[in-house]
Structures are given as structure tokens and as C-alpha cells.
Design a protein around this ligand. Structure first.
Ligand SMILES: [Zn+2]
Ligand SMILES: [Zn+2]
Length: 438
């Protein structure tokens, strides 16, 4: 071992043993704060609000933050709330929670189930925290309360953001555009959780690199020459062209991308025609695309254009009536965890809950707008961790019956609230103290 390496090893060993001493303090404070957070969680669960309507939720977050001494700024890029806690010279760490719920009618049967109804375009819709953002908020508050209680153990600045409209993939972008990194202290690191019903409580999912996929949506309008269904020879049928396109799109991932490069091309809607005996003029399709690298998504979009154009040419459509392929401007970039930050967090988390409770979960093809915090010119290292949310007993019971836990966005989503929150607070407070410890 060279002397420099030995020195690094020595410093790390000292840090790790010092951290082991603080781990017990973190655990017992987190346990205490869980009692508070669980009550908060039940309140939030009973009072869910849809994306961009998080008015009461934001108010509650303001109240919670002020109570523990944070300087609070409301309405950062909409309903988002930013709290700052200064605790001497040191690094700046951002912790993010999301606040929005979903238009879903709750079917859990919990005594604190939501019966809330909201309005979308004049229609009444039931609302439910079916993506665990109630747990994210209460774990976040519990973590901040723990860190304030243990403020002698660390130095630096906490930036806490309760973010609106994650489900619309808008909240992070709007907060960034409203000066999240310029009006407030610029974070050296940013961290967040998402609950994971397939992971047992007591465990977290942590990996460096891609965690959540990038999402893009595409609309394709296929043109034809319409007419009577009895005279196909006088028409060019866009339904047949669209059908070929749907079939050929399946070959992009299977035949054009490397088997080691994950991507998804799903045609989620297809609409054309009105009657059995009319060949329509056009067919519209909507696609969702999932990817982890710019190079992949560029290849996928180029292939969609090529396949669509050539299917129409094959059918005899003229060059000026080839399909219109429109890539929607709203997008969610992939969440790419910083590898150095992730390995540091692995060290802290394993010091608290043990390596056996840190699972290297595979990347998921769903999207999360947390990725945007790591893609600005400030180049902030980010890490999003999965937080196990179903009790081991429930997972075992379901497994014995050949079933899996209810997934995110299910009206039956039934997390093990207490243990999820307690692990969440313990690990996140440990991460922050690990990064900012004395
Ligand atoms: Zn969701
Ligand atoms: Zn979510």
C-alpha cells in the first residue's frame, strides 16, 4: 500500500469508527421522531391534493419547517416550499420531498383512508396519495427534526424543498427556473427517496448510475386517402399503414439497440376511423419512450421517423403526405445517481442499517423528475434512493400466495407506514451527518 493510500485508508477508518458512535444517537432520535412523523403522515394521507393544487399541503410544510427553525420561502416556482437551516460553516445539502397526490379512488380500507374529492376541468375526481408522497413528506420532516435535534453533530447548511407537481414532471423544473440554485445556497449534494412496495421495510435500494428512466412522448399522424370501405383499390388505407408501423416499431428495441441498452417503445393509443365501411383519411397514435442515454433516445426517434415514412412510402403515399412524427416538448430526463455520492451513502447507510439491508436495485423504466436537479449547469451530484415500504411478513404472505405487493399508483397501495418512515429518517439523517459530520 502506498503511503498516500494508507493515509486515505486511515482517515476513512477514523471517520467510519466516529460514525459508528453517532449511529446509535441517530437511531434513537429517529425512533422518537417517527412517532411524530407517523401522525403527520396519516393527516397528509387523509388530505391529499392533486398536482399544482398543493395549497394546504404547502401551508402545512411551511408550518412544520418554521416550528423547527428553518427560514422559509413559499411559492418557489408554484406551490413549492424551500426551507433553509444554517448550522455554521460547512457543506450544503439539499433534501427533497414531493407533495402531490393522484386522481385515484382509495380502496385500502384504512381508517385514515382518503375520501377527498378535487376538480379537474370542472369534473369531481377522487384523490389519493397512491405514490407514497405522504410518506416522503413525513420522512423528510422527521429527518429534518432529527438533524435539528442533533445539530451539534454536524456543520453546514440544509436546503429542504417540498416540491409540487412531481407527477406532471413539472415541479423540479419550475423550482429550478425560479432560482432554487441561485436565490438559495447552492447545494453540494442533493438527495431524495421514493418508496418501493416490492422492497421490504428496513431496506433501502441504492445504486450509482441510472435509477429511473428518461421519458419522452411522441405523436404520429399517419395520412391516407380515404373513401368507401367497399373500394379499397381507390384508397390508401392509413389503418393498414398504422398497423405496419406498430408492428415495425417493435423491432427498434429488439433489433436496432444493443441488448445491454434498455429502452421501451410503447404505442399507448391509436385512433382512426368512424364507421366499418369508411376508410379514413388519417390515424393518430401516441407513444411513450423510455431510455437512459441521449444516444439511445436519438437512435429510437430516428428509427420511429424512418419506419413511419417508409411504411407510408410502401403503401404508395406521396412524399408530401408522409406521417407527421411530433416529439412533445414536455419530458423527464433519466435520474442518474452520482457514483461517488452513492458509494459514500452506501458507507453511511451500511454503518447504520447494515450492508444486508442495502439492496442494489436495478434501474426502473418509470420516470421521476428529481433527475433534473442533477442536470443543471451547477452540476450537482444527486442520489435518489428507494425506500422499502412493505413489511417482510406481508411480502412473505403474498409470495406464499403467488402474489406481489400492490404497486405504486394502485388504489390498494398499503405501505407499512411506521417502519418505512423510521428507516427513511434513520438512513437519511445518517447520510446527512455522514456528509456534514464534525
Ligand atoms: Zn407517481
Ligand atoms: Zn411518486
Amino acid at each position: 500500500m502506498t503511503s498516500k493510500l494508507y493515509l486515505i485508508f486511515l482517515v476513512m477508518s477514523i471517520q467510519i469508527s466516529a460514525f459508528a458512535q453517532i449511529a446509535n444517537k441517530i437511531k434513537s432520535e429517529a425512533q422518537k421522531q417517527t412517532v411524530y412523523s407517523l401522525e403527520l403522515c396519516k393527516h397528509l394521507h387523509q388530505n391529499p391534493e392533486l398536482s399544482l393544487q398543493e395549497f394546504e399541503t404547502a401551508k402545512r410544510m411551511v408550518k412544520e419547517l418554521k416550528e423547527i427553525g428553518f427560514e422559509v420561502t413559499k411559492n418557489v416556482g408554484g406551490n413549492s416550499v424551500v426551507g433553509i437551516f444554517r448550522n455554521g460553516e460547512g457543506q450544503t445539502v439539499l433534501l427533497r420531498t414531493d407533495m402531490d397526490a393522484l386522481p385515484i379512488e382509495e380502496k385500502t380500507g384504512f381508517d385514515f383512508a382518503s375520501t377527498k374529492v378535487a376538480e379537474i376541468n370542472g369534473d369531481a375526481v377522487p384523490v389519493m396519495h397512491a405514490c407514497g408522497h405522504d410518506i416522503h413528506m413525513s420522512t423528510w420532516i422527521g429527518t429534518l427534526r432529527t438533524l435539528v435535534a442533533l445539530k451539534n453533530e454536524w456543520k453546514g447548511t440544509l436546503v429542504a424543498i417540498a416540491q409540487q407537481a412531481e407527477e406532471l414532471s413539472k415541479g423540479s423544473q419550475e423550482a429550478i427556473e425560479d432560482g432554487l440554485f441561485t436565490r438559495f445556497p447552492k447545494p453540494d449534494y442533493a438527495m431524495a427517496y421514493h418508496i418501493n412496495p416490492e422492497l421490504e421495510t428496513g431496506k433501502i435500494g441504492l445504486r450509482g448510475g441510472p435509477v429511473f428512466a428518461g421519458v419522452k412522448s411522441v405523436e404520429i399522424t399517419v395520412y391516407g386517402i380515404g373513401g368507401h370501405g367497399a373500394y379499397p383499390q381507390k384508397c390508401i388505407d392509413p389503418i393498414v399503414i398504422a398497423s405496419r408501423i406498430v408492428g415495425d416499431l417493435q423491432t427498434i428495441v429488439s433489433r436496432e439497440l444493443s441488448p445491454t441498452e434498455p429502452a421501451v417503445v410503447t404505442v399507448g393509443s391509436i385512433h382512426g376511423g368512424t364507421r366499418p365501411n369508411i376508410i379514413p383519411d388519417e390515424v393518430k397514435m401516441e407513444l411513450t419512450l423510455r431510455y437512459f442515454s441521449e444516444e439511445t433516445i436519438e437512435k429510437v426517434i430516428a428509427a420511429i421517423r424512418r419506419i413511419s415514412d417508409n411504411a407510408s412510402r410502401t403503401a404508395g403515399m406521396p412524399e408530401d403526405k408522409l406521417p407527421k412524427v411530433y416529439v412533445l416538448p414536455v419530458e423527464t430526463p433519466p435520474v442518474l445517481n452520482d457514483s461517488e455520492l452513492s458509494s459514500a451513502l452506501y458507507g453511511f447507510a451500511s454503518g447504520i442499517i447494515g450492508t444486508e439491508n442495502i439492496i442494489e436495485t436495478p434501474p426502473e423504466m418509470v420516470g421521476e423528475d428529481f433527475g433534473k436537479y442533477g442536470l443543471t449547469k451547477e452540476d450537482i451530484p444527486i442520489c435518489l434512493m428507494w425506500l422499502g415500504s412493505t413489511s417482510p411478513e406481508e411480502i412473505k404472505r403474498l409470495k406464499d400466495e403467488g402474489k406481489k405487493p400492490y404497486p405504486l399508483h394502485s388504489p390498494h397501495l398499503n405501505p407499512d407506514y411506521k417502519n418505512t418512515i423510521e428507516t427513511g429518517i434513520t438512513v437519511m439523517a445518517g447520510n446527512v451527518i455522514g456528509l456534514m459530520g464534525n
